[in-house]
Ligand binder design. Structure first.
Ligand code: SF4
Ligand code: SF4
Length: 116
């Protein structure tokens, strides 16, 4: 569940507002997004992946009864923006698709023709 928008990192690009499939964010009065409908979050990580400055944190196992983590804790534990780093989005990172060696495509497509 979306837990945090870093006020310090956010550059008000509004990408998260646009990409969220369940319309969780609103553009706030200062231009920064606000988490307006947290209960609608599907923990899909799309917003975190698209945020260009690693300003969002989506907690994979959030319990609504838990106290949300503080930004300092997320930075210290390197969790802020960690999903985007994991999938390799962002300058200088290796995209997950480049590392994936799963022969998935070979299971759904006809065998490739041998080239000589
Ligand atoms: S994790 Fe997905 S559903 Fe939740 S706020 Fe981000 S984009 Fe929206
Ligand atoms: S995508 Fe990131 S930088 Fe852009 S508005 Fe959302 S939190 Fe701010």
């Amino acid at each position: 569940m979306i837990e945090l928008v870093s006020q310090e990192r956010c550059v008000s690009c509004n990408m998260c507002v646009r990409v969220c499939p369940t319309n969780v964010f609103d553009e706030g009065p200062t231009g920064l997004p606000v988490i307006a409908r947290q209960e609608d979050c599907q923990t899909c990580f799309i917003c975190e992946a698209y945020c260009p400055v690693d300003a969002l944190y989506v907690a994979p196992y959030a319990d609504p009864l838990e106290t949300p983590p503080l930004q300092e804790q997320l930075i210290d534990s390197k969790l802020l923006g960690s999903w985007r780093e994991t999938i390799g989005w962002g300058k200088g990172r290796t995209r997950l698709a480049e590392l994936d060696t799963t022969p998935f495509i070979d299971r759904i497509l006809p065998p490739r023709k041998a080239t000589s």
